[in-house]
Write a protein that binds this ligand. Structure first.
Ligand SMILES: [Zn+2]
Length: 263
């Protein structure tokens, strides 16, 4: 059971998943596309270590290890949602893992407080993982400068551990942005649902997300204009975020309208 329009953005990410296991009664599913990414990285690692011959095997496998580790962290993030859902009395029944994760549970009779607590369960796991790892591991001295930013290497055990810690902190912060469909928007939705009707709260979150998405596009255009049209990684990340939040919000809006008419 989901509220009108809430999961309308999901099919694109999770249309092709295969069953992986069942854990405490929770069905685990994994998408074919993420398996294909793992396979491509494994083949690349095998090819470069075989053909180049230089550097240790770890150096060639580091990227694959980093992606696998972040995949495990994403799974733990979803377990955080599932655990909070179970603690609030809602039975989680499926976790699907793709480039993003999704936990589904029976949300009939969910109250606003349940919603925002369950939404915070995931980012909280990444925050604990990131803070935990970075309190033991410091950024390695080796690395390079890209666009004026010092980027530590990930091809040593310490560098890899640092990247996993830093990525978890980044994922926690990113997920708490109040933009649909990120967890932060679920927290906002839960809190607003306590004050307004559910439909009104949903509409406010979706309009806010679309306006912010448009604002991000205008800001990136401004940065490109003043910076001589040299795009960097930050611009691309911001544009992807704008596209994800705007397209998901528009789809959720459309689904809300359909539900509204048929109701
Ligand atoms: Zn989450």
């Amino acid at each position: 059971m989901t509220a009108p329009g809430e999961n309308a953005y999901l099919p694109g990410f999770f249309s092709r998943t295969i069953p992986l296991a069942t854990l405490f009664g929770i069905k685990l599913r994994i998408s074919i596309s993420i398996l294909a990414l793992f396979a491509a990285l494994a083949i690349h690692a095998a090819y470069t270590s075989f053909s180049a011959g230089r550097g240790g095997i770890f150096e060639h496998m580091a990227l694959l290890l980093l992606v696998l580790a972040l995949f495990v962290c994403m799974f733990l993030h979803e377990l955080g949602h599932a655990l909070l859902a179970a603690l609030r009395g809602f039975r989680p029944h499926m976790i699907a893992l793709s480039f993003v994760g999704m936990t589904s549970f029976e949300r009939k009779d969910a109250r606003p407080a349940d919603e925002w607590l369950i939404a915070m369960g995931g980012p909280l796991v990444n925050l604990l993982l990131g803070a935990g790892i970075l309190s033991f591991v410091h950024a390695p001295d080796s690395g390079h400068v890209i666009d004026g930013w010092y980027v530590p290497t990930h091809t040593t055990p310490v560098g890899l551990a640092w990247w996993i810690g830093a990525a978890n902190l980044a994922i926690a912060v990113f997920n708490m942005l109040p933009l649909f469909p990120l967890d932060g928007s679920r927290v906002a939705l839960g809190m607003l649902s306590g004050m307004f009707a559910r439909r009104q709260a949903m509409r406010a979150v979706l309009i806010w997300s679309i306006v912010c998405g448009a604002g991000i596009v205008i800001a990136v255009a401004g940065m490109l204009f003043t910076g001589g049209f040299e795009a960097n990684a930050l611009h691309i990340v911001l544009l992807v975020l704008a596209w994800v939040t705007m397209s998901a919000s528009v789809r959720a809006f459309a689904a809300m309208r359909v539900d509204g008419h048929s109701a």
